[in-house]
Design a protein around this ligand. Structure first.
Ligand SMILES: [Zn+2]
Length: 169
Protein backbone atom coordinates (compact mmCIF):
# COMPACT_ATOMS: atom_id res chain seq x y z
CA UNK A 1 0.00 0.00 0.00
CA UNK A 2 1.50 3.30 -1.11
CA UNK A 3 1.60 6.18 1.31
CA UNK A 4 0.54 9.57 -0.07
CA UNK A 5 3.04 12.22 1.04
CA UNK A 6 1.69 15.41 2.52
CA UNK A 7 2.96 18.98 2.67
CA UNK A 8 5.61 20.07 3.69
CA UNK A 9 7.38 16.85 2.57
CA UNK A 10 10.27 18.04 0.37
CA UNK A 11 9.71 15.17 -2.10
CA UNK A 12 6.59 17.01 -3.28
CA UNK A 13 8.85 19.78 -4.56
CA UNK A 14 11.24 17.79 -6.76
CA UNK A 15 11.30 17.98 -10.53
CA UNK A 16 10.32 14.52 -11.80
CA UNK A 17 12.47 12.65 -14.34
CA UNK A 18 11.19 11.58 -17.75
CA UNK A 19 10.24 7.90 -17.99
CA UNK A 20 12.44 6.00 -20.46
CA UNK A 21 11.79 2.38 -19.47
CA UNK A 22 8.30 1.02 -20.04
CA UNK A 23 8.33 -2.26 -18.14
CA UNK A 24 6.34 -4.30 -15.65
CA UNK A 25 7.68 -2.25 -12.79
CA UNK A 26 6.17 0.91 -14.29
CA UNK A 27 2.82 -0.83 -14.83
CA UNK A 28 2.84 -2.12 -11.24
CA UNK A 29 3.55 1.36 -9.91
CA UNK A 30 0.66 2.76 -11.99
CA UNK A 31 -1.65 0.08 -10.57
CA UNK A 32 -0.56 0.77 -6.99
CA UNK A 33 -1.07 4.50 -7.58
CA UNK A 34 -4.60 3.85 -8.87
CA UNK A 35 -5.37 1.81 -5.76
CA UNK A 36 -4.05 4.62 -3.54
CA UNK A 37 -6.11 7.14 -5.55
CA UNK A 38 -9.33 5.17 -5.02
CA UNK A 39 -8.57 4.40 -1.35
CA UNK A 40 -8.16 8.13 -0.73
CA UNK A 41 -11.20 9.11 -2.86
CA UNK A 42 -9.00 11.11 -5.23
CA UNK A 43 -9.55 11.90 -8.90
CA UNK A 44 -5.85 11.90 -9.74
CA UNK A 45 -2.45 11.14 -8.28
CA UNK A 46 1.05 12.01 -9.47
CA UNK A 47 4.09 9.77 -8.90
CA UNK A 48 5.97 12.38 -6.78
CA UNK A 49 3.05 12.25 -4.32
CA UNK A 50 4.05 8.68 -3.49
CA UNK A 51 7.77 9.47 -3.42
CA UNK A 52 8.56 8.37 -7.00
CA UNK A 53 10.24 11.24 -8.86
CA UNK A 54 9.12 10.19 -12.34
CA UNK A 55 6.80 11.80 -14.87
CA UNK A 56 3.68 9.71 -14.48
CA UNK A 57 0.20 10.54 -13.27
CA UNK A 58 -2.95 8.48 -12.95
CA UNK A 59 -6.48 9.85 -13.21
CA UNK A 60 -10.06 8.73 -13.10
CA UNK A 61 -12.33 11.50 -14.31
CA UNK A 62 -15.36 9.44 -13.21
CA UNK A 63 -14.04 9.02 -9.68
CA UNK A 64 -16.21 11.71 -8.02
CA UNK A 65 -19.16 9.31 -8.53
CA UNK A 66 -17.44 6.74 -6.27
CA UNK A 67 -19.11 4.05 -8.33
CA UNK A 68 -16.77 1.09 -8.97
CA UNK A 69 -18.89 0.13 -12.01
CA UNK A 70 -18.06 3.32 -13.89
CA UNK A 71 -14.37 3.48 -13.00
CA UNK A 72 -12.18 4.71 -15.80
CA UNK A 73 -8.55 4.63 -14.62
CA UNK A 74 -5.89 5.99 -16.90
CA UNK A 75 -2.11 6.37 -16.72
CA UNK A 76 -0.37 9.32 -18.41
CA UNK A 77 3.39 8.88 -18.86
CA UNK A 78 5.56 11.90 -19.69
CA UNK A 79 2.47 14.10 -20.14
CA UNK A 80 3.01 17.53 -21.57
CA UNK A 81 0.49 20.29 -22.25
CA UNK A 82 0.88 21.62 -25.78
CA UNK A 83 -2.02 24.02 -25.97
CA UNK A 84 -4.21 25.86 -23.47
CA UNK A 85 -7.37 27.80 -24.28
CA UNK A 86 -9.98 29.62 -22.23
CA UNK A 87 -10.08 30.03 -18.49
CA UNK A 88 -12.02 28.28 -15.80
CA UNK A 89 -12.01 28.70 -12.01
CA UNK A 90 -12.90 25.74 -9.86
CA UNK A 91 -12.44 24.69 -6.25
CA UNK A 92 -9.50 22.33 -5.97
CA UNK A 93 -8.22 20.05 -3.29
CA UNK A 94 -5.21 17.75 -3.15
CA UNK A 95 -4.47 14.50 -1.32
CA UNK A 96 -1.11 16.02 -0.34
CA UNK A 97 -2.81 19.05 1.24
CA UNK A 98 -5.51 17.32 3.27
CA UNK A 99 -8.40 19.42 4.49
CA UNK A 100 -7.81 22.41 2.22
CA UNK A 101 -9.72 23.57 -0.80
CA UNK A 102 -9.35 26.79 -2.77
CA UNK A 103 -10.47 28.41 -6.01
CA UNK A 104 -7.85 28.09 -8.74
CA UNK A 105 -7.95 29.53 -12.26
CA UNK A 106 -6.67 27.28 -15.05
CA UNK A 107 -7.13 26.77 -18.78
CA UNK A 108 -10.56 25.48 -19.74
CA UNK A 109 -9.25 23.28 -22.55
CA UNK A 110 -5.89 21.64 -23.07
CA UNK A 111 -4.19 19.52 -25.67
CA UNK A 112 -1.89 17.03 -24.01
CA UNK A 113 0.69 14.69 -25.50
CA UNK A 114 1.72 11.68 -23.42
CA UNK A 115 2.76 8.06 -23.59
CA UNK A 116 0.92 4.93 -22.55
CA UNK A 117 2.37 2.39 -20.11
CA UNK A 118 3.62 0.57 -23.21
CA UNK A 119 5.45 3.66 -24.44
CA UNK A 120 3.08 4.53 -27.30
CA UNK A 121 2.66 8.24 -28.05
CA UNK A 122 -0.82 9.71 -27.79
CA UNK A 123 -2.51 13.07 -27.99
CA UNK A 124 -5.77 14.08 -26.36
CA UNK A 125 -7.98 17.14 -25.99
CA UNK A 126 -9.62 17.68 -22.64
CA UNK A 127 -12.10 20.30 -21.47
CA UNK A 128 -13.74 21.34 -18.23
CA UNK A 129 -13.04 19.45 -15.02
CA UNK A 130 -11.07 16.74 -16.84
CA UNK A 131 -8.68 19.40 -18.15
CA UNK A 132 -8.45 21.03 -14.72
CA UNK A 133 -7.67 17.70 -13.05
CA UNK A 134 -4.91 16.83 -15.50
CA UNK A 135 -3.34 20.30 -15.24
CA UNK A 136 -3.30 19.90 -11.44
CA UNK A 137 -1.59 16.50 -11.69
CA UNK A 138 0.95 17.64 -14.30
CA UNK A 139 1.88 20.52 -11.98
CA UNK A 140 3.00 17.92 -9.41
CA UNK A 141 5.63 16.68 -11.89
CA UNK A 142 7.46 19.99 -11.64
CA UNK A 143 7.05 20.21 -7.87
CA UNK A 144 4.15 22.61 -8.08
CA UNK A 145 1.13 22.49 -5.76
CA UNK A 146 -2.27 24.11 -6.26
CA UNK A 147 -1.55 26.57 -3.45
CA UNK A 148 1.23 28.02 -5.63
CA UNK A 149 -1.54 29.44 -7.86
CA UNK A 150 -3.11 31.38 -4.96
CA UNK A 151 -2.47 34.96 -3.89
CA UNK A 152 0.60 35.05 -1.56
CA UNK A 153 -1.32 35.98 1.60
CA UNK A 154 -3.75 33.09 1.28
CA UNK A 155 -0.93 30.74 0.30
CA UNK A 156 1.16 31.58 3.36
CA UNK A 157 -1.84 31.12 5.62
CA UNK A 158 -2.50 27.63 4.27
CA UNK A 159 1.19 26.71 4.45
CA UNK A 160 1.37 27.73 8.10
CA UNK A 161 -1.72 25.74 9.00
CA UNK A 162 -0.45 22.66 7.16
CA UNK A 163 2.98 22.87 8.77
CA UNK A 164 1.38 23.16 12.20
CA UNK A 165 -0.91 20.22 11.37
CA UNK A 166 2.08 18.11 10.27
CA UNK A 167 4.02 18.89 13.46
CA UNK A 168 1.18 17.88 15.74
CA UNK A 169 0.46 14.67 13.80
ZN1 LIG B 1 -2.56 17.22 -5.99
Amino acid sequence: MLEVLTFPDSRLRVKAEKVTVFDGELARLAEAMMRAMYDNSGMGLAAPQVGEAIQMVVTDFNAPDHNPATRCPKAWVNPEIRERTGEMTTEEGCLSLPGFRALVARAESVTVVYQTLEGESRQENLTGLDAVCLQHEIDHLSGKLFIDHLPPVRREMIKKKLTRQARSA
